[in-house]
Design a protein around this ligand. Structure first.
Ligand code: AP5
Ligand code: MG
Length: 212
C-alpha cells in the first residue's frame, strides 16, 4: 500500500497517518516532521528549510524530493508507506513518478478554511517524535506529555494565525492542483475531514477497502 494523504494545513493528515501507519504496519513519512527534526539538529537542510517554514512558504522542491527519494528507498518501506504532506506541488508529484514510485491511492482530506484556525490554535505537537494532539479534540493522557514517547508537547512555530493564513494561501495555489493531477490518474479519494477523528478514520479505511 503506497498512500498519499493530501489536505490543507490542519486537515488531519498527521493525525490520520499515525493511526493508519499502526494499523497497516507501514511507516508514515511526514516531510514536515523530517524538516522540523533537521531544524532541531541544525543540519544544513534544517537551516535552509527554517526560513521558508517560519514564513509559511514551501521548502524548495529539490530539497524535499531528495529527502523523499532517500526515505522511500529504506528497507522499512518495502511493503509500502504513507506520504503525509508530500507531494505538495506538481513538480514533486512528477518527481515521484520519475523515481518509479507507483502510488495506489491518494486520500484528500477536506475541511473548510474557517475550521482551520481553531484546529491550529489548539494543536500541540511532540517535540521529540512529532505526534500531533489537540487540547480538546485529541488530548494526551497526561497534559503536556506525548502518549507515544513521553516527549514534551509544544505549540508549533508556524501555527501563529498570520503564518497559518499564508500556509493556507500556499495550499490553494500550489497543492490543491494535485487533486486534478491524481484524479486524472484515477487515484483520488475524497474524504470529508470535518467530522470527529474516529469517523474520518473509518471513512478512510472504508474508501481504501480495508475493514474497520
Ligand atoms: P507540515 O508539517 O506538513 O504541515 P501542514 O501540511 O501545513 O499540515 P499540518 O501538519 O499543519 O496539518 P495536518 O493536516 O497534519 O493536521 P494534524 O493532523 O496535525 O508542513 C509544515 C511546513 O513544512 C510547510 O509549511 C512547508 O514549509 C514545509 N514542508 C513540508 N512538506 C513539504 C513539501 N512536501 N514541500 C515543501 N515544503 C514542505 O491536525 C491539526 C490539529 O487538528 C491537531 O491538533 C489535531 O489533533 C486536530 N484534528 C485532526 N483531525 C481532527 C478532526 N477530525 N476533528 C477535530 N480536530 C482534529
Ligand atoms: Mg502534519
Amino acid at each position: 500500500m503506497r498512500l498519499i494523504l493530501l489536505g490543507a494545513p490542519g486537515a488531519g493528515k498527521g493525525t490520520q497517518a499515525e493511526v493508519i501507519s499502526k494499523e497497516l504496519a507501514i511507516p508514515a513519512i511526514s516531510t514536515g516532521n523530517v524538516l522540523r527534526e533537521a531544524i532541531r539538529n541544525k543540519t544544513p537542510i534544517g537551516l535552509e528549510a527554517k526560513r521558508f517554514m517560519d514564513n509559511g512558504q514551501l521548502v524548495p522542491d529539490d530539497v524535499v524530493i531528495g529527502i523523499v527519494e532517500e526515505r522511500v528507498g529504506r528497507d522499512d518501506c518495502r511493503n509500502g508507506y504513507i506520504l503525509d504532506g508530500v507531494p505538495r506541488t506538481i513538480a514533486q508529484a512528477e518527481a515521484l513518478e520519475r523515481f518509479g514510485v507507483a502510488i495506489d491511492n491518494v486520500v484528500s482530506i477536506e475541511i473548510e478554511d474557517s475550521v482551520i484556525e481553531c484546529r491550529m490554535s489548539g494543536r500541540r505537537v511532540c517535540d521529540r517524535c512529532g505526534a500531533s494532539y489537540h487540547i480538546t479534540e485529541n488530548p494526551p493522557k497526561t497534559e503536556g506529555v506525548c502518549d507515544a514517547c513521553g516527549g514534551e508537547l509544544v505549540v508549533r512555530a508556524d501555527d501563529k494565525p498570520e503564518t497559518v493564513r499564508e500556509r493556507l494561501a500556499v495550499f490553494h495555489r500550489l497543492t490543491e492542483p494535485l487533486k486534478a493531477f491524481y484524479e486524472a490518474r484515477g487515484k483520488l479519494l475524497v474524504i470529508d475531514g470535518n467530522r470527529p477523528i474516529q469517523v474520518v478514520h473509518e471513512e478512510i479505511l472504508a474508501a481504501l477497502g480495508k475493514s474497520v
